[in-house]
Design a protein around this ligand. Structure first.
Ligand SMILES: NC(=O)c1ccc[n+]([C@@H]2O[C@H](COP(=O)([O-])OP(=O)(O)OC[C@H]3O[C@@H](n4cnc5c(N)ncnc54)[C@H](O)[C@@H]3O)[C@@H](O)[C@H]2O)c1
Length: 265
């Protein structure tokens, strides 16, 4: 029996990166997955390759900023599987420009995809989950929600996602819908591959390495499953210790302080 047996999930940004691996893991654990994205060819290809392995997945074109897309896709998924139990708000974008260098349309676009998209997702899927007896939502935030980022729009949306997570968790508690978030640290994907910031960020991560897509997806899977049945409104860092004290650890290293040295006798 899979850990997500009987679940029907919508995963946004499912055509590549973390969303693709979440989709593959969810299916392996017994879920039927609607892979949603604006990248139609790669999205179709992921769905086909899951089907070829005997899994239940379909691709749906869904621009998370478009309310009409959400309404259409939620309707089609419910028609397909008769229910909807799970939403992963994973689609996300970023620029790497500071406040002075960010044109207003870039700011608005990041807010629309990362934050408004998740809001629209909650708004359109929650009634269907209620009809299905309840469900779980996982919002993909970031360490940037806690620590700031070189894209102010990105960190604003990720911090906003935590506010949305807590508010929605309280709002939908009587509908038996749990709403949680994860805050990944640095994971190399299409979002950031080749970025000059990667290596410094790896060094600033207490574990001294990048996270893997699977390490983040494992936590998403847990929060989406009934194993997390008493957890709602929570966010879990998946960041190799970055939020816990990446700065303090870096300072110790630069200052030559060996925190694991034997005590003086
Ligand atoms: N990679 C990291 O280091 C990292 C760290 C923390 C958080 N995150 C978050 O994880 C999530 C997944 O990112 P990733 O690293 O897999 O990046 P990615 O760029 O590989 O995947 C993001 C996906 O979102 C899709 N997308 C973009 N705009 C969309 C829209 N309007 N509608 C629907 N889909 C859209 C893209 O087409 C893409 O498939 C994002 O929310 C990102 O902010 C990533």
């Amino acid at each position: 029996m899979g850990r997500l047996e009987g679940k029907v999930a919508i995963i946004t940004g499912g055509a590549r990166g973390q969303g693709e691996i979440e989709a593959r893991m969810f299916v392996r654990e017994g879920a039927a997955v609607a892979i949603c994205d604006v990248l139609d060819e790669p999205g179709e290809a992921v769905a086909k390759s899951i089907q070829a392995e005997g899994g239940e997945a379909r691709y749906f074109h869904l621009d998370v900023t478009q309310q009409a897309d959400w309404e259409r896709v939620v309707g089609e998924v419910v028609k397909w599987k008769g229910r909807l139990t799970t939403l992963v708000n994973n689609a996300g974008i970023l620029n790497r420009t500071g406040t002075i260098g960010t044109p207003l349309d870039h700011w608005n676009r990041v807010l629309a995809v990362n934050l408004t998209g998740a809001f629209l997702g909650l708004q359109t899927t929650a009634p269907a989950m209620r009809e299905s007896g309840g469900g779980a939502v996982v919002n993909i935030a970031s360490v940037a929600a806690h620590a700031g980022h070189n894209d102010p729009a990105y960190s604003s949306t990720k911090a906003g996602l935590l506010g949305l997570t807590r508010s929605a968790a309280m709002e939908f508690i009587d509908w038996n819908i749990r709403v949680n978030a994860i805050c990944p640290g640095i994971i190399v994907t299409g979002l950031n591959a080749g970025g000059a910031h990667l290596e410094p960020w790896r060094r600033g991560t207490p574990m001294g390495r990048y996270g893997t897509i699977e390490e983040a997806a494992n936590v998403v899977l847990f929060l989406a499953s009934d194993e997390a049945s008493f957890i709602t409104g929570e966010d879990i860092a998946v960041d190799g210790g970055f939020k816990a004290g990446g700065a303090a650890r870096r300072i110790s290293i630069e200052a030559g302080i060996d925190l694991t040295a034997s005590p003086a006798r």
